[in-house]
Design a protein around this ligand. Structure first.
Ligand code: C5P
Length: 401
């Protein structure tokens, strides 16, 4: 199942290190070649002898061999591996990988690795829920790393909650899926969703009726196929469920743009499902604006067009898909947007169709591609339509090899 795959298992210093013993054994049984890297502190929990016996290779931990002076090249290790699994990944190791604090061989190898990296966090529930840790996990995910989410249950501290390292069987299963299924597991996709709110004063804003349902449904579908999804969402009443989705909440178009621009270079694809406000008040009043006898005038300024700006940065290997909501000359306007924003395809909603557009659970669309091929999709639930969009993205990505 993992026959011939070269896997580095990085063990950092947490009590769940005892489970790494079983992980190494299962990987070897599945046919993988395993190289174990131990952080110095992890040796307090398990011995290198146990892991070297099971992996059939000397365990590496130091930058060089203390007696022979031989250099343990993190660069060679990083190039050798087909996958790097860091299990357990403690809060400390997650933080070091996030900021690039290269003070042990596990971290230098992580920084040199060209293969996919799977972090398997393990720690006490309050640590796991701490914003410092969740932010680091989010950053690592946004850089294209995979996170094998912790389980809930009894913890070494005696407390009960989320933080238990995923069972070795689940880790091995994830790797088998990663190597055996199609490329969908390898993709990182940015999805924008929901409206943006543009403040007028501390209590008022300009917004729109977008529910975010379409974008969230696409994010869920992509995640179900194994993709690493970076969802950036305006204010909506929705929650993401899938562990492959990392959701960043923003309010304004400027915030959405800032985040999307930062992560887009790490993405294979982007889906622009957000209903971004085209304009924002030129000035935001610091205090609540008082009612006056004269009619107030609100000056607006143009917001960044996120899709168009990222379309300019798009490389030959990336694909982007946009949405258009039109009320007249629908196809012509959608085609103009497709070209102006450098999309590979555009999903066209017409407000004239019943059951389509904002707030509804259903949608009726046409998908238009760069060659102006038009595909009519019948009225269906947004979840079912998300499946079509997902298929479209994977098909477009498969042409990029
Ligand atoms: O120009 P229009 O708003 O109709 O374009 C719709 C497409 O462009 C959608 O995919 C939407 O998410 C994206 N868009 C954007 N930033 C904007 C306006 C639209 O990303 N400021």
């Amino acid at each position: 199942m993992l026959s011939g795959k070269r896997i580095i298992v990085g063990v950092s210093g947490g009590i769940a290190a005892y489970k790494s013993v079983l992980l190494v054994r299962l990987l070897i049984k599945s046919g993988a070649e395993v190289q174990v890297l131990m952080s110095p502190f992890s040796k307090h929990f398990i011995t290198p002898l146990t892991l070297s016996t099971l992996s059939k290779r000397p365990v590496l931990s130091e930058f060089f061999d203390q007696t022979s002076g031989a250099w343990n090249s993190h660069v060679d290790l990083g190039l050798w591996a087909d996958a790097f699994v860091i299990a357990p990944a403690t809060a400390n190791t997650l933080a070091k990988c996030t900021v690039g604090l290269a003070d042990n061989l596990l971290i230098t190898t992580y920084l040199s690795a060209r293969c996919p990296v799977f972090f398997v966090p393990s720690m006490d529930l309050d640590m796991y829920a701490h914003p410092a840790v969740t932010d680091n996990i989010q950053t690592l995910r946004a850089r294209g790393n995979k996170i094998i989410d912790a389980d809930s249950g009894e913890l070494a501290s005696g407390l009960d909650g989320k933080g238990r390292m995923a069972e070795p069987e689940r880790i091995v299963q994830t790797l088998i899926e990663y190597f055996s299924t199609s490329d969908t597991y390898k993709y990182t996709v940015l999805v924008t969703a929901g409206p943006t709110y543009e403040p007028i004063d501390p209590v008022r804003f300009i917004g729109n009726r977008s529910s975010g349902k379409m974008g969230y449904a696409i994010a869920e579908k992509l995640a179900e196929h194994g993709a690493n999804v970076l969802l950036v969402s305006g204010p909506v009443n929705l929650k993401t469920k899938h562990p492959n989705i990392s959701c960043t909440h923003v309010e304004t178009a400027a915030e959405m743009f800032e985040y999307a621009r930062k992560i887009f270079p790490n993405c294979h694809a982007a889906v622009f499902a957000a209903a971004v406000s085209d304009y924002a008040p030129e000035e935001v009043s610091k205090n609540k604006m008082k009612k006056s006898d004269t009619d107030p005038v609100l000056r607006l300024k143009k917001n960044p067009d996120i899709a168009a700006e990222l379309g300019k940065l798009k490389t030959e290997q990336q694909i982007t898909v946009g949405f258009a909501l039109e009320t007249e000359n629908e196809i012509e306007h959608a085609q103009q947007k497709l070209h102006a924003k450098n999309f590979d395809a555009i999903v066209l909603n017409s407000l004239r169709d019943t059951g389509a557009g904002f707030g509804t659970d259903t949608n009726k669309v046409k998908i238009i591609d760069k060659h102006n091929t038009i595909r009519d999709i019948e009225l269906k639930s947004k979840t079912a339509l998300a499946g079509d969009v997902c298929e479209l993205i994977f098909n477009l990505l498969s042409t990029k090899k």
